[in-house]
Write a protein that binds this ligand. Structure first.
Ligand SMILES: [Zn+2]
Ligand SMILES: [Zn+2]
Length: 163
């Protein structure tokens, strides 16, 4: 049985009693609402009216509860989708970074391969005006020679453009 609160003191220690005895007074006169806390009491139609009012309130409350539950479910699904989207984005970024790293490794391998090929011919500094021995991981003997060579290359490119 649904215990609705007392309209006077809001206590829930109430009874809504309907006698089903055939020998008692007929409905709605056999209905009684009473509150144990404050002693509020209604008999007959006023008690029925109270119960109907309380049940309408209960229905409204349950409808609101259902609406909130549905809204929460929609929000939960939305957040789950956001999390999935983030995970996909993260995975995509990781794959991109891995691809970049792989490309860089391939470039490094190619560079070392060329270097070895050149070393097989000569281990002199790559800069034409220098005859020092090249460093262990470089085509040049020094940073200075590397810079000189790139400046010379840039100059050559510029000259080629003008002509
Ligand atoms: Zn009461
Ligand atoms: Zn050099």
């Amino acid at each position: 049985m649904y215990r609705f609160p007392c309209p006077k003191c809001s206590s829930k220690t109430t009874t809504f009693y309907e006698s089903d005895s055939r020998w008692s007074t007929p409905y709605p006169l056999n209905v009684e609402f009473s509150c144990y806390t404050c002693g509020f009491k209604r008999i007959g139609q006023p008690a029925v009216d109270l119960a109907e009012l309380a049940l309408a309130g209960k229905a409204k409350y349950e409808k609101e509860l259902e609406r909130k539950r549905k809204a929460a479910e929609i929000e939960r699904r939305r957040l789950a989708e956001v999390a999935r989207e983030r995970a996909r984005e993260q995975k995509r970024k990781e794959e991109e970074a891995l691809a970049r790293l792989e490309k860089k490794r391939a470039r490094d391998r190619e560079y070392r391969r060329k270097l070895r090929a050149e070393r097989a011919v000569s281990d002199e500094c790559f800069w034409v005006e220098c005859s020092n021995k090249a460093g262990p991981t470089s085509k040049y003997c020094s940073r200075a020679c590397s810079n000189k060579n790139s400046r010379a290359r840039a100059k050559a490119r510029k000259a080629a453009k003008v002509n």
